[in-house]
Write a protein that binds this ligand. Sequence first.
Ligand SMILES: NC(=O)c1ccc[n+]([C@@H]2O[C@H](COP(=O)([O-])OP(=O)(O)OC[C@H]3O[C@@H](n4cnc5c(N)ncnc54)[C@H](OP(=O)(O)O)[C@@H]3O)[C@@H](O)[C@H]2O)c1
Length: 323
Amino acid sequence: MRAVRIVELEGPEAVEVGEAAEPADPGAVVVDVHAAGVAFPDVLLSRGQYQYRPELPFVPGSEVAGVVRGAPEGSGFAAGDRVVGLTGFGGGMAEVATVPPSMTFRLPDNVSFEAGAGLLFNDLTVHFALGRRGGLREGETVLVHGAAGGIGTSALRLAGPMGAGRVVAVVSTEEKAEVARAAGATDVVLTDGWRDRVKELTDGRGVDVVVDPVGGDRFTDSLRSLAPAGRVLVIGFTGGEIPTVKVNRLLLNNVDVRGVGWGAWWLSHPEYLAEQWAAYEPLLASGALPVPEPVLHPLDGAAEAIASLERRTALGKVVLKVR
Ligand SMILES: NC(=O)c1ccc[n+]([C@@H]2O[C@H](COP(=O)([O-])OP(=O)(O)OC[C@H]3O[C@@H](n4cnc5c(N)ncnc54)[C@H](OP(=O)(O)O)[C@@H]3O)[C@@H](O)[C@H]2O)c1
C-alpha cells in the first residue's frame, strides 16, 4: 500500500510518501482509507517532540474515514460499512489502516469521507472540554483562541449546540477571521489587543469559558478576561511556551484553570468514547452540528499539509484525500 512515512525526525518537510506493508491485527477493524485527518500532534511526531515516540520509520495519522474491508466477529462492523475511526497512535495516513473496534464509528450518510476524517479528534476533544471538563451552562459566553485552527473551529461549531449563548473567536489575521465567522463565531477579534476588545464586547463582565489550544503569553490575559466562576480550559500549546499560573489570581476572582487531556481520559475510562459518540452522533446526523468542508491535500502532498499547521497557515481542518 501507499503510505505517508516519517523516516527521520526532521519535521514535516522531511515526511515521505512511499510503499509500506499493510498493517495486520486480527483484533482490529481493517479500513480501506478514503481520507485521513492531519492534526497538530503529527507536526510534533515529525520532530520527535510528542509525548509518544514511535520507532522509525512509522506512519503518522490518528484519524481516518473509509470503508470496512474486514472486521472481527462480534465487533458490530462488517465489510462495506462506512466508518470513521481513531487509530490511537499513528497509522492513519495510508491506504489501509487498522482501528480498534471501540474506536470505530458508523459515519452518518450525510457526512462525506473527507469531512468525516477531520471530525473525531477535534470534535470529541472539544466535546469533552466544554462538557465534562468545562461544565458549560446554557447561555454562557465562550472565548476561543486559535479559532481558525482544528480545535478552534470545532469549538466554534460545538459551543452553540452545547448551549453557549455567545462565541467569541480570537484569530491572528483577517483571512482567519473569515474562517472563524463561517465556523459559527458570533464575534471575532484579532490577537493584537484582543483582551480590551473582549472587555468592551462583554461590557466589562468577561467571558465564562476560555478554550485555549495556544498557551504562551496570552494565558494570563485569558485569566484576566474571565467573569466570576469562569474557567480556562488548557488544551494545548501551539504558541510554544507552557504558561505558569499565579494562583492568587484564581482566588481573587473565583476562577478555575482546568486541564483537558482527552486521550488520557478515554484511555483510563474505556466506556467513555462510546458514551461520547452516543451524545455526539445525533448532532451530526440531524445536521444540528454543521460539518465544514476541510482543506484537502492529496496523499502525495502530506509534507505540505503537515507543514501548513507548523507554519500557522492552515485555514480550518486539514485532511488528506487518500482515494
Ligand atoms: N488536550 C487534548 O486532549 C488535545 C487534543 C487534540 C489537540 N490538542 C492540542 O491542541 C493544539 C491545537 O491543535 P490544532 O489541531 O487546533 O492546531 P492548528 O489547527 O494548527 O491550530 C492552532 C492555532 O494556534 C494558533 N497559534 C498561535 N501561535 C502559534 C504558533 N506559534 N504556531 C502555530 N500556531 C499558532 C494559530 O492561530 P492564530 O494564527 O489565529 O493565532 C493556529 O490556528 C495542539 O497543541 C494539539 O496538540 C490537545
